[in-house]
Each structure stands twice: as structure tokens, then as C-alpha cells.
Unconditional design. Structure first.
Length: 135
């Protein structure tokens, strides 16, 4: 009688599937995709961009800078004083040397702020500077 019980237990154990290795692989894939994903960067405020017929797509390392309708300047979610734009550009260039600057100026923004940003980008030796527009 004992031998019959032992045989039945051995058959039950042989029929079970261990899911632990499959779960390990799933978690490793999940971690891989989280680490390698690209997150969307934002300048800090939502601006109403002017329309342009020559607007195109950009890619690569981008430094997004936004100019609000009141002339406030935002980089990486922080409002910044115009005097410190160049130093912020240089800090970002230390991480990604071939970055492009995208200026997202509100259509009601003062052009003086945009000119300050362009001058700071020139002084920081950034060659690719673009003004964002709606196509």
C-alpha cells in the first residue's frame, strides 16, 4: 500500500511545471526595456508655437528651451534667469557634446528673449539651433 502511494506522488510531481525560470526571464526582459527606453524631454511649460511652412522633424540629443508669452525662459522644467542660459547649455554639452538646441517660443513672446538664447547658444559653440514651429 505504501508503494502505491509513493508511486502516485512521484507521478504528480513529474507532471508539474516549474514557472520560476520563465518568470525570471520575463523580469529580466522588463528591466532591459525599462533601462533602454527613451523618455520624452520637455522644456517646462506648454507654449503656443507659430506656424511655419518649412517645419521639419528633429532627432538626436536635444536641449529644449521654452519661452513663455511673458518672456519667462524654461529649460528642463526649471525657470531660468537669462544670464545663466549659456552655463546651462555648457553643462548639457558636457553630457552630450553634439546636442541641438530647440527653441520653443510662444507666438506672443518677445523676440528679445529668443535673441538672448541664440546669442548664448553661439557663445557655447552650439552649431545646430532651431526654432520650433507647427507645420
Amino acid at each position: 500500500m505504501k508503494s502505491g502511494l509513493m508511486r502516485k506522488k512521484d507521478q504528480e510531481e513529474a507532471g508539474e511545471i516549474d514557472l520560476t525560470p520563465m518568470l525570471d526571464v520575463v523580469f529580466i526582459l522588463l528591466i532591459f526595456f525599462i533601462v533602454t527606453s527613451v523618455f520624452v524631454t520637455e522644456a517646462g511649460i506648454e507654449v503656443s508655437k507659430p506656424e511655419a511652412s518649412t517645419a521639419g522633424e528633429t532627432s538626436g540629443d536635444l536641449i529644449l528651451i521654452a519661452v513663455g508669452p511673458g518672456g519667462d525662459i524654461w529649460i528642463d522644467g526649471d525657470q531660468i534667469d537669462p544670464r545663466f542660459i549659456r552655463s546651462r547649455f555648457e553643462l548639457r554639452l558636457a553630457d552630450a557634446p553634439n546636442s541641438a538646441v530647440i527653441i520653443q517660443a510662444d507666438e506672443n513672446a518677445n523676440n528679445e528673449q529668443v535673441m538672448l538664447i541664440l546669442e548664448a547658444a553661439r557663445e557655447a559653440n552650439i552649431e545646430d539651433v532651431r526654432i520650433s514651429a507647427e507645420a
